[in-house]
Design a binder for this molecule. Sequence first.
Ligand SMILES: [Zn+2]
Length: 110
Amino acid sequence: MGERGEPRSLGLVDGGLEAFAVGDETHLVAALDPAWPPEVAAAFDRWRQAGLRGRCDCGTAGWRDVAPAPWPAAVDGVPVLEAVLNHAPGCPAGEQAVAEVFARHGLKVP
Ligand SMILES: [Zn+2]
């Protein structure tokens, strides 16, 4: 997968997920929790948006396949894909940086 268009939210899905249309694909990502502190929500949304867009300011190193998650196979008849973006070490949108923000607030990454 290469660079894709702007993600457009399709709304919340059962199970704490949010669906996004990206080009002709539908992506599911964990929804933002309204109970999160702003710093946590911002960190998680950085990670989400980079993944949905397929690019990041860190000059991302591409995609990493993820074992099929317990997502639904389709939303409104559109097949659901899952992919995770690799980030450069130290990227604030990377999984490690995001996990550190969650940990600072005593929260778990969804
Ligand atoms: Zn990055």
